[in-house]
Design a protein. Sequence first.
Length: 364
Amino acid sequence: MKLKSLSLIQINNHIILKTIWYYFWKLFLKIGLHFYSKKIIVSGKEQIPKKGAVLFMVNHPNGLIDPLMVTTHLPRINHYLVRAAVFKKPLIKKFLGTLNLMPIYRIRDGASQLGKNQEIFENCFEIFKKGQTLMIFPEGSHNRKRTIRPLSKGFTRIVFGALDKYKDLKITIIPVGLTYQNASQYPAKVAINYGTPILVNDFYNPKKTNISVVQLKNEVSFQLKKLSVHIPDDESYKEVLAKLNKANVDFTQVESVNKMIVNQSFLELKPKTTHYLKPLFYLIIINSLLPYIIWKITSKKIDEIEFIDTFRFGLNAVTFPVFYIFQSLIIQSFWGWRIAGVYFFISLLLILIHSKFSVTNSEV
């Protein structure tokens, strides 16, 4: 009896420590993203169920920063499916595991690896059984195109598999639209739109699985096309995008931009806004020379445009605070803690002012 009680205490302590660890990183990333972003617009948050199994389905325009943007504005502890390539290094795999990230294997990872997905799916079934939440990116890969691409049917295997295993289970899907004003530009401006809840049970017919899959995919895709800027991926895509960029529209105003696309009614040419804070930007560079040099060297090695924002944010979140602390310690050794503290505060304040008041034009 004592051993059983001790075991339960150890399990509870582990859960508590893991929860604290999760919220520490969530808070750290949320603060970092608000320093990094001009504006993060969140709408539809009231649609998220406060309890019960939920699958968040997010479009994927901008690399690993996408799940960070969404999860830091979710009220619940979340689990994630991300591409297996991220888990190649053992240390990274262990760290990501502590934050509830799980690998999903694709054919490009090798046909022999696909069998590992069944274990991951089983883990997802248990997550739903416990009334917890999961986030996936149903387009299957990241891509900058302002269009919702065809959805993979893998998510239907997960939700229908869970319902097949646990007959009394109810699963809700929340589509999430993610739209950046200019995904390559710093500071970032982004809209996160949560859609209308979709009860998976209403679509699941075990006797007509194929029809169930198509209907559920269509419903999720339909909502994602309303929740993010969607230009149909046809021969007119480039022309429509060029007209929107020429008008310098605010892409984060998703509903109005989508109306322009449907009606083919574009605004008159709106001039690009001047960057009046350029002098402040140069002052920040002078004060942050080493992190800036590190970024310039690293950025040349980024192969995929979708990872520019991810790497820039990651480097900024780590190198800038560390560098300012290091410089503060040097200042402290000459002039004391008060001057060092003032320097550190002003350094962060300059970055915050630049992020919040800089211009974010549309893509060219």
